[in-house]
Design a protein around this ligand. Structure first.
Ligand code: MG
Ligand code: MG
Length: 356
């Protein structure tokens, strides 16, 4: 079955040949990450039989309850990537401070940031979960990285990817020349190129947003969603469907495959928060992949990949998908800096009456 297929290893080696002087270290690192993802896929697939469902007795740095599988996945990522002499440090959603490379191993020239298990509240209900990773260059190769070394804009990423543990396990990644998808052949244990040159379809007819937060939305978001809901009778002149999986990896994968737009915007629920999703190991890697697939990724006010991070676990507003839709939403943000938006759908005669 492999006669006319490319494995992940072969793909990476062929990519590396485009860069004279490439040492193969980045490839080795990506294959170590892929090994961690295979190990996590196996744990996820065993479900209740693996004894790893349910909540752990701990919370992470963001105060979220950790699932047992969050901790298992975090450990698998650390163990798979700390020994190879390729990394100067790692940042994980599950660890407050960077994980230092143990003294018995050499330090390398890359930094790895990851969300070991994304959408982990989906685990107990047997829905798709994933892992997300981002690779940066170390500022001082061969030395232990400091926390601030990770605070590089997403545009500096050399590789970003995610694994999705769905009906099949896939890795989707970019090394800066397009976004490509690999499906795990479970008998061989190899990722095989099945989705080369992924492109986000330009025209969208699906949007994904947590509508339970609508009363906290900013005017630009309210207007965008109003117009989608108004469908063929509204200014957009076509009908939209709404989607919400509550797993960033699953939403990203759907948008890469079938198009659409995702919004987790800043809102007024907690004005101190810039958004919900984490910049370093959620928004940046997804933004890099989406741009490489011809889409756009924005905070509503600026390109995500241009944001200069201030903290390891910083949150950010995140809007991504079909470029026409994201550009429209950015325009609405500019429009409603000055002009208020009067929402017809939520007014007294609107679709979602708030009084009477
Ligand atoms: Mg996550
Ligand atoms: Mg997570």
């Amino acid at each position: 079955m492999l006669t006319d297929r490319t494995t992940l290893t072969q793909f990476l080696i062929e990519e590396g040949r485009r860069h004279p002087g490439a040492t193969g270290e980045l490839n080795s690192l990506i294959l170590d990450v892929a090994l961690a993802c295979k190990a996590i896929a196996k744990r996820v697939a065993y479900g209740a039989l693996g004894g790893v469902l349910g909540a752990a007795a701990t919370t992470n740095v963001q105060g979220e309850t950790q699932q047992k599988l969050d901790l298992v996945a975090n450990d698998l990522f650390l163990r798979a990537n700390e020994w190879g002499g390729l990394l100067a440090g790692m940042v994980s959603e599950e660890l407050e401070a960077p994980h230092p490379i143990p003294e018995r191993y050499p330090c390398g020239k890359y930094l790895l940031a990851f969300d070991p298990l994304d959408g982990s509240s989906n685990i107990d209900v047997n829905l798709s979960v994933g892992s997300i990773f981002s690779i940066l260059r170390a500022l001082n190769p061969g030395e232990h990285a400091a926390a601030q070394d990770f605070l590089q804009p997403g545009a500096k990423q050399v590789c970003a990817g995610y694994a999705i543990y769905g009906p099949s396990t896939m890795i989707v990644l970019t090394v800066g020349r397009g976004a490509h998808g690999f499906t795990l052949e479970p008998q061989l244990g190899e990722f095989v190129l099945t989705h080369p040159e992924i492109r986000v379809p330009a025209a969208a007819c699906e949007f994904a947003i947590n509508a339970s937060n609508s009363r906290f939305w900013e005017p630009a978001v309210t207007r965008y969603v109003d117009e989608c809901l108004a469908g063929s009778t509204g200014p957009r002149g076509k009908d939209f469907n709404m989607r919400w999986v509550a797993s960033l990896v699953a939403e990203t994968h759907r948008i890469l495959t079938r198009g659409g737009v995702f919004l987790y915007p800043r809102d007024t629920k907690d004005p101190a928060k810039q958004g919900r999703l984490r910049l370093l190991y959620e928004a940046n890697p997804v933004a890099f992949i989406i741009e490489q697939a011809g889409g756009c990724a924005s905070t509503g006010r600026q390109r995500v990949l241009d944001v200069a991070p201030e903290e390891l676990h910083q949150r950010i507003a995140f809007i991504f998908g079909a470029s026409e839709e994201v550009e429209r939403i950015e325009q609405y943000y500019r429009d409603h800096n000055v002009a208020e938006y009067d929402t017809p759908l939520f007014s007294s005669r609107g679709l979602f009456r708030t009084n009477g």
